[in-house]
Design a protein around this ligand. Structure first.
Ligand SMILES: [Zn+2]
Length: 153
């Protein structure tokens, strides 16, 4: 993928994106506020899978982790509830390592977002530190109390 043009506005950045080997030029609009993207090819709307154009834009703006709203239910822990089947109708068993990385991909951007906002002032920063330290203790407590292995849901 190659970025042909980039146009910055207050909240939105518009990119013209094309495959290296040609093909249609697509327009991807990136929203700086909620970190969302919208591509004119509509692959995400139609198939639920982010297109290469959108991924290129995420990469270009420095987002190396796909925001959680773009990770469909079949890639999340709810897939274990038994609503995920392959083409032959066999239930797909989730790989625990994939589950951990999926959860991490949901958590990390949320934490970064909070940190980014909290850093704006002394007060919000102090509150964030207190809440994070509480959160950290809760997480450790739950992990130590839990009889299930941490790999399970
Ligand atoms: Zn696209």
């Amino acid at each position: 993928m190659v970025i042909l043009r980039q146009q910055d506005a207050a909240m939105f950045v518009e990119f013209a994106v094309m495959r290296y080997d040609g093909g249609l030029e697509r327009t991807v609009v990136f929203n700086r506020n909620d970190l969302s993207v919208r591509c004119s090819c509509k692959k995400y709307e139609n198939e639920g899978i982010l297109c290469g154009h959108a991924l290129k834009v995420f990469d270009t703006v420095g987002i190396k982790i796909i925001p959680p709203e773009y990770i469909k239910r079949r890639w999340t822990k709810r897939a274990r509830a038994g609503d995920c089947f392959d083409r032959r109708g066999q239930e797909v068993v989730a790989d625990p390592k994939v589950m951990i990385s999926t959860r991490y991909r949901e958590l990390a951007p949320a934490m970064i977002k909070v940190a980014t906002r909290a850093a704006m002032s002394e007060d919000t920063s102090k509150v964030a530190i207190i809440v994070i330290s509480y959160l950290s203790k809760r997480v450790e407590l739950l992990l130590s109390e839990s009889e299930e292995q941490p790999l399970q849901n």
